[in-house]
Design a protein around this ligand. Structure first.
Ligand SMILES: [Fe+2]
Length: 232
């Protein structure tokens, strides 16, 4: 009788061990699947971003540099958005709406007419519309829509001001200007980080979010250079 009980207990124990092993396997497979999913999200975002950049040899890798600068600023300012993959997705995709801007406007070597500027300034909304139904791009879409807003409310497309601008879009504006000023353009050579910093500092509280500008002050030129060379 007692031997029977021991045998049954042993069988129960083996059964529990099998359950535990199954659970471990399921958990491992689930983790691998979600890593795979994350990787394919990232690959999709990069493919889309590259499709936009391929048109413009001059700004090559602009989106990746802006993403690297922007994430560094977000981390420096200890913003929650630094750990959210949506932030990097948004940085990489910010100009996706430029696919709808004609070459003659996008690459015009002279100032745009009013009519051309209206077309050009539609790109954040067009980008947002392109991505609207992609569920995995949650808050990334907010960066795409609001990356040309200004702290003083004089930006576009929605004239948002101050804290109404999504945090990632506020950080983005500083990173974008930093990259624009420190890369060669058809009409001028690249400026130094020091010159770019001075221009950005002058725009704090008007064009740029003061917290994001302050974050830039704490990132050294060496670190910016390291991020830049890491990409090209
Ligand atoms: Fe843009």
């Amino acid at each position: 009788m007692e031997a029977d009980l021991v045998a049954r207990l042993e069988e129960k124990e083996r059964q529990l061990e099998r359950y535990a092993a199954d659970l471990r396997e399921t958990f491992k497979a689930e983790r691998a699947r979600s890593a795979q999913l994350r990787a394919s999200y990232m690959a999709t975002v990069r493919a889309l971003a590259n499709a936009v950049e391929a048109r413009d040899a001059y700004t090559g890798h602009h989106a990746e540099r802006v993403a690297a600068y922007g994430l560094e600023l977000a981390r420096t300012a200890a913003l929650d958005i630094a750990d959210d993959p949506q932030t990097e997705f948004g940085f990489l995709l910010h100009d996706v709406g430029k696919v709808a801007v004609p070459d003659a406007i996008l690459f015009k070597p002279a100032p745009l007419t009013d009519e051309e500027r209206v077309l050009m300034e539609r790109h954040p909304v067009i980008g947002w519309e392109i991505l609207r139904d992609i569920d995995f791009l949650g808050d990334a879409k907010l960066v795409v829509r609001h990356h040309h807003e200004r702290w003083d409310g004089r930006g576009y497309p929605d004239s948002l001001a101050g804290d109404d601008i999504p945090p990632a879009a506020r950080v983005f504006a500083v990173a974008d200007t930093l990259d624009a000023l420190t890369t060669d353009r058809p009409y001028r050579p690249a400026g130094s980080f020091a010159d770019a910093r001075a221009i950005i500092r002058a725009g704090a509280g008007r064009q740029f979010c003061p917290t994001s500008v302050a974050a830039l002050e704490t990132v050294s030129d060496e670190r910016l250079e390291e991020l830049r060379t890491g990409i090209s």
